[in-house]
Design a protein around this ligand. Structure first.
Ligand code: SF4
Length: 299
């Protein structure tokens, strides 16, 4: 395949992959929602979980997004240094978003700051947001697509703590945010926490934490223990599905960290909602694709 044809195929694949992401939750999220729903015994909580699964069934049958809120589209790109389209990925992703918006169709969400105008196609200044990672000596690309809904982004926050506040300060920050704003994000939530030396690193890591599969653990045993303890504590708030109270509050708590400065503990918080539309695709040098997040998916 020549480069021009590869570009057309790449854009088309990402457009269909993005549209697919809006209509189908990944396997791990569906499994977790089922597990949490089965634990509920209150009438209201059971009704909400039933409504969620009805929504997923209808989205699939009618080929419509699982939520009206497209979110702001974000891509986390891990690109091999020998991938043939490495120079064109950003432009291709912007074209793919325009195409996905018409194809799905997706509600246009991107509003230009200061102009206060909706662009009408989910593309705008620096949107889709793209985060990059290089993979040396490889010729493929792996792309996470994440639809960051307005409600699910509302509890997000980041702060630099005084060092003496310690990890207890991190926990207090998370509990203050989730108990105050978590209900806005259509629970059960996925809670992403970043811990680092400065605020922008902590904030970015908190979003990256949302990409990890449910059931995965922090690479450091102490980090994994803190994840489990925060998850247990947040579940004891009994926020429940949709915020109507129930046995649990969260689908999981993921922490990602970077070595910090001795004088600072920066903490970032991002949340995902029950409709956690996060997907992962791998595309090789000949533009063949494999969707990793949704078993057996074809687009
Ligand atoms: S928080 Fe999630 S489920 Fe709720 S409206 Fe926003 S995108 Fe949809």
């Amino acid at each position: 395949m020549d480069k021009a044809q590869a570009r057309i195929t790449f854009i088309d694949t990402i457009a269909r992959f993005t549209a697919y992401t809006s209509k189908h939750l990944p396997d791990d999220v569906r499994t977790k929602l089922k597990e949490l729903g089965d634990q509920e015994d209150s009438e209201m909580a059971k009704i909400i979980y039933t409504a969620m699964f009805d929504d997923l069934t209808m989205a699939d049958a009618l080929s419509r997004p699982v939520c009206q809120d497209t979110g702001i589209i974000q891509y986390f790109v891990q690109v091999g240094t020998h991938f043939p389209l490495i120079d064109e990925i950003e432009d291709c992703l912007r074209e793919a978003v325009k195409k996905a918006t018409a194809l799905a169709p997706l509600r246009p969400n991107a509003v230009e700051v200061f102009d206060e105008k909706n662009t009408g196609n989910n593309v705008g200044v620096r949107i889709p947001w793209i985060e990059w990672e290089l993979m040396p000596n490889r010729d493929d690309v792996q792309i996470y697509c994440y639809l960051a809904g307005g409600g699910s982004s509302l509890p997000g926050a980041a702060k630099v703590l005084m060092p003496l506040e310690g990890y207890e300060g991190v926990v207090k920050f998370v509990f203050d945010q989730i108990s105050s704003y978590g209900v806005n994000a259509c629970p059960p939530l996925l809670v992403g926490i970043g811990i680092a030396g400065s605020v922008e690193v902590a904030a970015k890591l908190s979003k990256k934490a949302l990409l990890r599969p449910l059931g995965s653990h922090n690479s450091n045993p102490r980090g994994a223990e803190l994840e489990a303890r925060i998850e247990k504590g947040l579940n004891e708030l009994h926020i429940g599905p949709g915020g109507f109270s129930g046995k649990n509050s969260v689908m999981g708590v993921h922490i990602e960290q970077a070595a910090r400065h001795p004088a600072t503990i920066a903490v970032g918080l991002s949340t995902g909602c029950w409709a956690h539309r996060r997907s992962l695709i791998r595309i090789d040098a000949s533009m063949r694709y494999e969707i990793i997040s949704h078993r057996g998916a074809t687009i």
